[in-house]
Write a protein that binds this ligand. Structure first.
Ligand SMILES: *Cc1c(COP(=O)(O)O)cnc(C)c1O
Length: 397
């Protein structure tokens, strides 16, 4: 059994704050600061260029990728770190489209995060081969997997509502129609068990600054199924994905397997912080995280719904249909979230009217949920949000 009091103690959380936004940016693991400082002083400072060999910086993207693989049900040796999630979406999509040259449709849904859709639009424009991005309602994805579809580009858990797709079912339907699948795990990795191998996913991508707690701008990951790993052509053919980067050939030959999905120099400092965050994941299992997350989410949903009739649940009530967040709709949601943050309950707002709260058992417990629910009841029932200072929109909401 996971000792969640022990995992909570591994984070540096501001006193008095209930942080229900680990789904957007995970908190600071206490060990990260020392880890990064040590890396800077002993490796960068003392080893300089020799750190690439001596400190293993060059293997870091696959070494860390193997640790991520354990959280997402991937085979070891098939996940690599680097770049941002938007870039990895582009790379996976470009590779997948090439593998289905006779097909023109990319299927996604309106619950997808806009960056994924924007990257698809940009790629379509660059290819200029008449591809179409078909965006349907989330509940209509299955019915739209036809033989026109080259690839499905689906985020498993909706960033606004927390609604969760059935990865096994949609992947099987895509394969039956001859299509490939790209799963975006931004709100799944570290949030719930994922079984890429069992689902036979083709590609998966995700970020590590949300539930995994790697820190702002922590690098993304990409997974390519072993059956495609030596044939998928990495559209972003950078030197570190080359078969022999230090041969400095004038033309590109893709590296073996997942190595080819590397692009340029890895973010070594950011990966060091991420490694400190991943140590905490050794203290638990995704199954235990999931049970604890469901318990916390239900406690929160029940507490808030009982006390706040003005809030409308936007997340599925059935835990099997939900990720690790609970969202409510409220017309003045932006101001309400600002008022809650002023009271130490940190959630976030997603336009047009979503108040979003993430449940992350590594550092949130039942006492936090009771405290948050009581503060939300006070702020909502006494209209404490109805003040000019809570209504001015900041750049990041
Ligand atoms: C958070 C998120 C992103 C963000 O992409 P970055 O390139 O890391 O900024 C992209 N897609 C989804 C589905 C997300 O939830």
């Amino acid at each position: 059994m996971t000792d969640f009091a022990a995992t909570k103690a591994m984070f540096d959380l501001p006193a008095g704050m209930v942080y229900l936004d680990g789904n957007s940016l995970g908190p600071l693991p206490r060990a990260a600061a020392a880890r990064v400082a040590r890396m800077i002083a002993d490796e960068w400072g003392q080893m300089l260029i020799t750190g690439w060999n001596k400190a293993g910086w060059m293997e870091q993207p696959t070494r860390v990728g193997d640790r991520i693989a354990r959280l997402i049900g991937a085979e070891a040796g098939h996940v690599v770190m680097g770049d941002t999630l938007s870039v990895k979406v582009y790379q996976a999509l470009a590779s997948a489209l090439e593998m289905r040259p006779g097909r023109r449709v990319i299927l996604s849904d309106s619950g997808n995060f806009p960056s994924d859709l924007y990257m698809a639009e940009g790629l379509i424009a660059s290819l200029a081969r008449g591809h179409e991005l078909r965006v349907v309602a989330p509940e209509d994805v299955a019915a739209n997997i036809t033989e026109e579809v080259a690839v499905t580009l689906i985020t498993e858990v909706d960033y606004r509502t927390g609604r969760k797709h059935d990865m096994a079912d949609l992947t099987a339907r895509a394969h039956a129609a001859g299509a490939l699948t790209i799963w975006d795990l931004a709100h799944s990795a570290g949030a719930l068990p994922v079984d890429l191998v069992g689902c036979k996913a083709d590609f998966a991508v995700g970020c590590t600054y949300k539930y995994i707690n790697g820190g702002p701008g922590a690098p993304a990951f990409i997974y390519v199924a072993p059956r495609h790993a030596d044939t998928a052509r990495p559209a972003l053919s950078g030197w570190l994905g080359h078969e022999a980067p230090f041969a400095f050939d004038t033309s590109y030959r893709p590296g073996a397997g997942i190595e080819r999905m590397r692009v340029g120099t890895p973010p070594v400092l950011a990966l060091a912080a991420l490694e400190a965050a991943l140590d905490i994941w050794e203290m638990t299992t995704m199954q235990e995280i999931r049970s604890a997350s469901i318990a916390l989410s239900e406690q929160f949903m029940n507490g808030v719904e009982a006390a706040c009739p003005m809030l409308t649940l936007a997340s599925p009530r059935d835990a099997d249909q939900r990720g690790s967040q609970v969202s409510f709709r409220f017309k003045n949601g932006y101001a309400a979230i600002q008022a809650l943050i002023a009271r130490g309950v940190v959630g976030d707002f997603r336009a047009p009217d979503i108040m979003r709260f993430g449940f992350t058992p590594l550092f949130i417990d039942a006492g936090d949920v009771d405290k948050a629910a009581a503060i939300i009841a006070d702020v909502m029932n006494n209209r404490l949000w109805d003040k000019p200072e809570f209504k001015t929109r900041a750049r990041v909401t």
